[in-house]
Design a protein. Structure first.
Lengths: 349, 287
């Protein structure tokens, strides 16, 4: 008679909206300029990183430091695959995911013994160690970095077809390919997280985060789930890193392991948009990009504004802009709450 | 011989790291607040001292002395207006806010002072050294180490022999119960951050006199400081000094083997110690 569901009318409408938006996004290269496409690629990769960041911090309760370790190692693994093994860059991206996973195992062994702030600092130190070790790797350019060899960037899988299809040059075709892959990745990551949050596992994660003792007392284990979240997030972060540096075709330890780009921006996006929802990072990345476009010419003022906004949001709207909107309007585009449906109970409200 | 020399340099460098870390250790021990802007606050204080030297023509020591009350007031205001509002059971909000503060400070300093490296002029002191028989050590590193010890003795005196110190320890152990006994935790926190900023000013003085600094170097100092605090154990200032020495010695030994390994070996020493002793060498407070 009574049923538990997470389905709402708004949620269904949003799902239909996504089903329309994704094909539209796929077709975008037909009309968009190269600069516009690069901007969208940037938005998509930042959104992927932000969703992964919130998965680790908000749902996994795993803090948020050290994300740059996985971006950097993923990017370097892709370059190693192309330069040392002669792989096609597209396949070498998968190597980036594997490298993220491989780094996550020792990191998790080490960092899961630490709590709260210790965890954040511990993972940050691991990211620094990884960066310093990679900078010793002379075949990949050491501290100054290296570029993808021209013959490798010329015949990336599929770019020839794309170039012929759209009538563009190789470099533009590479942008289109990277954009499509980024779109694929962001849909997969966001969809995956949404699925997880609606599943029993997501409920268990929320229970563990809100009250570990109470969760354990009703039989919800914590260990394995945290491991899974950490490893999957790391692998996906590695893939994203590889993809970003496929498009730039140039890498250096400072760029690949940049704290500002891969951790600070991601934290700001998640904080401004709102932690703990799917919509938050999406809204956050849009605000972030709007600010970036408006203030790009002012250099350090831009970062300062971003920092001040993040502080203000933490002080006055700790659930972020989306939290503000959804608590005022009751709107949930991607509902994860369990609702009881069925006949109205007598005397109830 | 060269190894004794390296070891000595490492121990003295540890004094500098202990100074970086003492303020962090104080704040972390009392309110479990991880101040990710700590390194940038040191750099900020270094610019304040530098301004005193270049604009007002003060000697660095007087300039630092004059900066202390300013920094205390800054710390007090920071705690009462911002940090007290985000302290709670969840460690994430204070982390995020201080991270935002770190970015704001870095870019504010960049805008105000440009990316050029600066140094607090010290005159003759800079190159002076003392022959201790077995090894020769620089006067400046020796002064740094001595200041670290004086700062720790003074902080411990405050902690264990004054009413404010008793309030600090009570709040650290159990803020709610301390509140029942008539202690206002938020005022205690503000005083603690103010005092931490005074220690930060001392650290900034030596940072600025010993090496070049620019707006971007804060986060690296934060990592060294944090490693020292964690190695030492929560709430123990002598532990923080020991932690600083561990990092300092690991860095100089690493640099002696290969100059590129300096920073790396400090981090590796931290990771190894974390695996062996997750709560640090001399933990006092319970996290």
């Amino acid at each position: 008679m009574y049923r538990m569901t997470t389905r709402t009318r708004v949620g269904t409408a949003a799902a239909i909206g996504v089903l329309v938006l994704v094909p539209a996004g796929l077709a975008l290269p037909v009309v968009a300029s190269r600069v516009g496409l690069q901007a969208r690629l940037f938005i998509l990769t930042m959104l992927t990183l932000a969703q992964l960041g919130r998965l680790r911090a908000g749902d996994g309760g795993l803090g948020s430091g050290g994300q740059q370790a996985f971006v950097g190692i993923g990017a370097y693994a892709m370059f190693a695959g192309v330069i040392l093994l002669g792989w096609n860059p597209v396949w070498a991206i998968l190597l980036g995911g594997l490298a993220g996973l491989a780094l996550a195992v020792p990191t998790a062994f080490f960092a899961f013994r630490l709590q709260g702030a210790y965890f954040a600092i511990g993972t940050w130190v691991i990211a620094e160690v990884t960066r310093l070790l990679i900078a010793q790797w002379k075949t990949l350019g050491g501290g100054t970095g290296t570029s993808l060899p021209r013959e490798a960037t010329r015949d990336i899988l599929g770019t020839e077809t794309i170039a012929a299809l759209f009538g563009v040059r190789d470099a533009a075709a590479r942008d289109i390919l990277a954009y499509w892959l980024a779109l694929l990745l962001v849909v997969a990551v966001t969809g995956g997280i949404y699925w997880l949050l609606r599943s029993r596992l997501g409920l268990a994660l929320a229970a563990v985060r809100d009250n570990p003792e109470a969760a354990r007392s009703v039989g919800v284990g914590t260990g394995r789930l945290k491991w899974a979240v950490f490893l999957i997030a790391a692998a996906a972060t590695g893939l994203t890193g590889a993809l970003v540096f496929l498009q730039t075709a140039r890498i250096s330890p400072d760029a690949a392991f940049a704290v500002i780009d891969w951790t600070a921006y991601v934290i700001f996006i998640v904080v401004i948009g709102g932690i703990g929802t799917i919509e938050g990072p999406i809204l956050g990345v849009l605000v972030f990009f709007a600010l970036r476009s408006a203030l790009a010419d002012y250099g350090s003022w831009y970062l300062m504004t971003l920092g001040l906004i993040a502080i203000a949001v933490m002080l006055f709207a700790p659930k972020g802009l989306w939290g503000l909107i959804s608590s005022r309007s009751g709107l949930h585009l991607f509902p994860v709450r369990r609702l009881l449906t069925g006949p109205k109970i007598e005397g109830g409200t | 011989m060269i190894w004794i020399d390296t070891l000595m340099q490492g121990i003295l460098l540890g004094g500098l790291y202990a100074l970086f870390a003492a303020g962090l250790s104080l704040v972390f021990g009392i309110m479990r607040l991880v101040n990710l802007a700590h390194g940038d606050l040191i750099v900020f204080a270094a610019y304040v001292v530098l301004m005193g030297v270049t604009l007002l023509g003060l000697s660095p020591w007087i300039a630092a002395l004059a900066a202390m009350p300013l920094m205390f007031a800054f710390g007090w205001l920071l705690q009462t207006t911002v940090l007290n509002r985000v302290l709670g059971r969840d460690v994430l909000p204070p982390l995020l806010v201080t991270f935002g503060l770190s970015v704001v400070l870095q870019n504010g300093l960049l805008e105000a002072f440009s990316a050029d490296s600066r140094r607090i002029p010290t005159g003759l002191l800079e190159g002076a050294s003392i022959d201790l028989g077995l090894v020769t050590v620089g006067v400046m590193p020796l002064l740094t180490f001595a200041s670290a010890i004086v700062a720790i003795v003074a902080l411990n005196g405050l902690f264990y022999h004054t009413a404010l110190g008793r309030a600090f320890r009570a709040t650290s152990d159990d803020a709610v119960t301390a509140g029942l006994m008539g202690i206002e935790p938020k005022r205690i926190f503000a005083a603690a951050t103010g005092i931490a900023m005074v220690v930060v000013t001392i650290a900034a003085l030596y940072l600025g006199m010993r090496s070049n600094f620019d707006p971007s170097i804060g986060p690296a100092r934060l990592i060294y400081a944090f490693e020292a605090v964690i190695i030492g154990g929560l709430g123990s200032l002598w532990g923080t000094l020991a932690g600083g020495i561990v990092i300092g010695v690991a860095q100089t030994v690493g640099a002696a083997v290969n100059p590129e390994w300096q920073i790396l070996s400090g981090h590796l020493a931290f990771l190894v110690l974390m695996l062996l002793k997750p709560r640090g060498l001399f933990p006092r407070a319970v996290d």
